[in-house]
Design a binder for this molecule. Sequence first.
Ligand SMILES: CC(=O)N[C@H](C=O)[C@@H](O)[C@H](O)[C@H](O)COP(=O)(O)O
Length: 230
Amino acid sequence: MPLTTEDLLTRTAGRLVVSCQAYPGEPMRTPETMARVAQAVVEGGAAAVRVQGLDDVRATVGAVDVPVIGLWKDGDEGVYITPTLRHARAVAEAGAHVVALDATLRPRPDGSTVADLVRMLHEECGVLVMADCDDLSSAVAAAEAGADVVGTTLAGYTGARPRTEGPDLELLRAVTRELAEHPVFAEGRIHTHEQARAALEAGAHAVCVGTAITHPTSLTRWFVDAIGAG
Ligand SMILES: CC(=O)N[C@H](C=O)[C@@H](O)[C@H](O)[C@H](O)COP(=O)(O)O
């Protein structure tokens, strides 16, 4: 049975989504490792997980019983999060319940629009869509295009907004106010419990945390820097 928007929203309301990603060349970058990390965060109470790469999606879908938000990062510049129809279809076929994709207003490499991607994912693949946005206008456009969930994922990474030290709460407030009933996931630079609570207070439907839970190299570096031991 495919996941419905209502199922996703019920399961994630006021809860934590955890992004489990390792980066190219890193020791933890294997699908088996990320699936284990996903299992570990689900044991801790994660309501859904977000994973990158087709093999990670396949491994994780078989390992956890929570919704899996899948994406395919192709490169690290420009539109790289599930950039084309081909990438989006592949993530859906790998088993993701929700496909996350770049929903900024920048042109996509295959000339597709967010509306094209949403239509294909809903009608042909039967999966949900998380729109990774970078500012208010892209969030409004993604909601209008029919994305099931809008995320603040790309705020601070495209030049549309300054890169705030923590989450971009100003944008989050503006998006939740403007979109009213449309669900918004707060994502990006949420590093503390207080920031997670503040994101929910700002109107987020759910909070997605990555680095501060699943990236030991960064966590270690933060401690090393804090004690001046680098
Ligand atoms: C900008 C971009 O490519 N963000 C990616 C999106 O999938 C991931 O690298 C982030 O880790 C994720 O968004 C979670 O954010 P944070 O790790 O800050 O909690």
